[in-house]
Design a protein around this ligand. Sequence first.
Ligand code: NAD
Length: 305
Amino acid sequence: MTGNPTIAFVGLGNMGRPMVSRLVAAGASVRAFDASLPAMEAMRTAGVETVGSLTEAMTGADVLVTMLPAGRHVVAVSQEAYPLLTRGALHIDCSSIDIASAKAIHASAVAHGFHSVDAPVSGGTGGAEAGSLTFMLGGDPAAVERARPILEPMAGRIVHCGEAAAGQAAKICNNMILGISMIGVCEAFVLGEKLGLSHQALFDVASKSSGQCWSLTSYCPVPGPVPTSPANNEYRPGFAAALMAKDLGLSQAAAGDAHFETPMGALARTLYDRLLDEGGGERDFSAMIEFLRGAATTTSTEDAR
Ligand code: NAD
C-alpha cells in the first residue's frame, strides 16, 4: 500500500456522506459509490465526486470502507469487491451488523489474504459531520493498527474492543442502551406535557440532573432545547427508526444466542416495531415521541395511591 492509499467507500447514506467528506477534507484519495442515484447526487452536492460503478470503485483499491444498512448488504458488497481489490487490502466495515455476518466477512477477508476490521460507530450524523465519531474496533492488532490512520479524520475516539466482531458486540450493547433511553426521554416529555411542564423547563432540569443522557442532551426529541436535533427538522433522520428497530433486533438475537434475557431491550424492540407498523420507519427514531403521544392509557392516579 502507498503512503496515501486509495479508499473505496461504499454506502453514501446519512452517515457515509459526511464520513467521506471528512476523509476527503483530510486529503485522502476516495472513490465514493452508492447503489442509490439520489445518494450519489447528494454526495456530489456536498462537493465530492463519485464513481459510476462498484467495479470502478474497487478495482485496484487498497482499502474498502463499507457503511451499509445491514449484514446482508455488507456480505453482498464484499463478495463482489474482494476479487477486485489489491493484494493484501484492508476492509473496514463501519456498518452496524449482526455478529454472524461480521465473523463471516472477517473469515472471507482473511481467506483472500486481506486485513479486516469491524468498526461500527456511535455519535450519529452530528458526530460524522464533526469528525468526532466513536469507533469500536474488532480484529487482530495488526489490522487495527492499519485501520487507525484511515479512521482518524472521522474519529473522536477509537477503541479496540477485541477480536473479530467485538466491535459489533460493543455497538449492539451501546444501541440497546440508546433505544431504551430514547423511549424513557420521550415518555418523560409527554408526561411533562400532560402535567403542564414546558419542554424547556424539563430540559433545563433533567439535562443537569440524574436524568441526563445523550438522548436528551444531544438528540432531544422535542423541538427547541437542542437546535440540531431531528425534532427541529420534522424528524427527518438522523438515525432512521427502521435502523434502530434493526439494532434492537440484533441485540435480541445476540441475547438469545447468549441465553440471557434483556426485558427492557425486548420491550424497546416491540415499541419500535409498532412505530414501524404505523409507517414511521423512515422517520428519525426520536419520532417515537409522536407514537407515544398517540398511545392510549388505562392507568389512573388511583393505581399509584
Ligand atoms: P442509510 O440508509 O442512510 O444509508 C445506507 C446507504 O447504503 C444507502 O444510501 C443505500 O443506498 C446504500 N446501499 C445499500 N445497499 C448497497 C449496495 N449493495 N451497494 C451500494 N450501496 C448500498 O443508513 P445510515 O444512517 O447511513 O447508516 C449506515 C449504517 O450505520 C447502518 O448500519 C446504521 O445502523 C449505522 N449507524 C447509523 C447511524 C445514524 O445516526 N444514522 C449512527 C450509527 C450507526
